[in-house]
Design a protein around this ligand. Sequence first.
Ligand SMILES: [Zn+2]
Ligand SMILES: [Zn+2]
Length: 87
Amino acid sequence: MWDRCLLCGRQVPLEVHHVFGGVANRPKSTEDGLVVHLCPECHRNGRWAAHRCRNTMIRLRMVGQKAYEKAGHSRQDFIKRYGRNYL
Ligand SMILES: [Zn+2]
Ligand SMILES: [Zn+2]
């Protein structure tokens, strides 16, 4: 899991992407383990990269929220912590 890009599955050197970015949310994202490993294409460079394509970003945030709720938090907890609901 750590050696494959989450989005394309390629085994190349990966970069850490914080599912919830920004000054306020990035540290929380780290704290909650809501980080994913993406190849440079899927992370920054490609047409559908997380930092260039809003749909990709939202998709990852949906995955992140699901993981957060699966870890035993309620939806209210999530909204309170990250400011909105993605599901
Ligand atoms: Zn990729
Ligand atoms: Zn990133």
